[in-house]
Design a protein around this ligand. Structure first.
Ligand code: SF4
Length: 100
């Protein structure tokens, strides 16, 4: 029996067996791009994400997580595989074809 078969169907769709052993389980407050607490400052968010990235550095499924993040594309927000995928952090350099 698959380890996630006890979950209700909506949660089964979110289950990714490649990420068994992930160190972020139950620690969304570090990894989420934004918290419901709207009083979080940019510095607090940065410190939270830095702590999350440190957790990722010791995670046994970091490589699989990077693949899952790539598969999720723009749906992946927050910290994945030691990278901050919060939309503002994705902007980076402008695309070459958008230069004037
Ligand atoms: S590498 Fe991925 S699975 Fe592991 S702690 Fe970081 S975000 Fe979670």
């Amino acid at each position: 029996m698959p380890p996630h078969s006890h979950l209700p169907p909506p949660l089964r769709q979110l289950y990714d067996g490649r990420l068994l052993g992930a160190k972020c389980v139950g620690r969304h407050e570090l990894f989420d791009s934004e918290l419901d607490n709207e009083g979080e400052t940019a510095e607090q968010r940065s410190a939270r994400h830095t702590a999350a990235i440190q957790v990722c550095e010791t995670c046994p499924v970091q490589a699989a997580c990077a693949i899952a993040a790539a598969e999720a594309g723009s749906h992946a927000h927050g910290i994945w595989a030691g990278r901050n995928l919060t939309p503002l952090n994705r902007q980076g350099r402008p695309r070459k074809d958008s230069a004037a």
